[in-house]
Design a protein around this ligand. Sequence first.
Ligand code: NAD
Ligand code: DAU
Length: 373
Amino acid sequence: MRKLKNILITGGAGFIGCNFIHYLFGLSNSGTDLFGDANFTGNVVNADCLTYAGNLESLKDVEEKFGGKRYFFEKVDICDRAEIERIFKQYDIDTVIHFAAESHVDRSILGPEAFMKTNVMGTYTLLDVARNYWKCSLDNIRDDVLFHHISTDEVYGSLGETGYFLETTPYDPRSPYSSSKASSDHIVMAYYHTYGLPITLSNCTNNYGPFQFPEKLLPLMISNIKNGKNLPVYGKGDNIRDWIYVEDHNRGVWEIVNKSPAGEKWNLGGENEWQNIKLLNEVIDLTSKEIGKSAEEVRATITYVKDRPGHDKRYAIDCTKAKTQLGWERKMTFKQGLLATIKWYLNHEEWMNHILSGDYKNWVAKNYTEQGR
Ligand code: NAD
Ligand code: DAU
């Protein structure tokens, strides 16, 4: 087990990052005790520049309990080298867990530049600062420091009806988002092979759970069902995604960070494939029941819209390596997790309304006019 003292989390105000910080501080949002304790006693520095997707409301409880003691927020862009250097020095960072990214495929199609800046240049900047601060070399790969990079299954491309992505599957990204993540993965590996920076890397499938920005499929659909809006399904709705509860992903990351040798890459996934339209029907049934609407009436609001350009058909991951070598496995069943997630969004009206107002509302009006959102 690594001894981690001062962890720099990037993108901790976003969906997965804020759930990770909650997990580290023993503040699970799952409504279950499935995930146990992270047993972490050190400090967390959260560096996030608060794009539209970053929201400090998601960390109010952490700030109240641990702010200024073991939790420190820094509003910083990961591309800002001087600021990242300052953070490394000021907090004597020994571990980086790098979540920060532009993460939405649709937005990457509408405007790729921010994806290249943050996902490629931002990752490079963090790696380079870490290498210099930790004085890494190939002759002596340190085991007291670590840079963990969070990545996605989308780097592997698109599957047909059969088969799974393995850690050894060649990269074949299709969207500006996935190509920017693929680039960052390669740079991370290059820093290990060339400079001896101790890195680990994980590629995960679609996460679901609390605090996800409601432009992504599940919170968008839950919110639209509640508000009587159309439910936009891309193409025929027959694309397939593999869904994992966010805390299962995060527990996997924590296992890797604590136990994995440097230079290793890990697939994490839910082993839980759903065709979009089937998943939507499940969400309609559960959400309608919770809010006392007729599922049939809600179903009538399903609207098939123009497909996402280059829409990957199917993602499915083989996570045998993490299961056998780390003893990690998914704990949340989909039935339990989906209902808990739906209830969470329905019960966090203030959080949702805040996000859905202001800039985001204007952005949707400008970019999704034909979809009647
Ligand atoms: P998100 O969009 O919800 O959050 C991203 C966070 O990064 C936000 O808080 C944002 O403010 C911050 N950020 C963006 N650009 C920044 C910059 N230049 N400097 C500092 N902070 C910046 O994303 P998410 O869904 O939580 O994804 C987190 C990570 O996990 C990403 O790397 C993503 O590629 C990866 N991932 C996501 C999923 C998923 O299903 N959501 C699955 C696999 C991997
Ligand atoms: O696979 C991991 C990836 O999962 C992450 O790397 C990304 O950061 C994350 O956003 C997610 O990407 P997807 O493109 O799969 O997620 P999204 O929620 O945007 O879409 C899920 C599926 O639903 C996809 O096939 C497109 C479809 N969809 C999405 C939206 C937003 C619709 O049919 N209608 C919609 O309105």
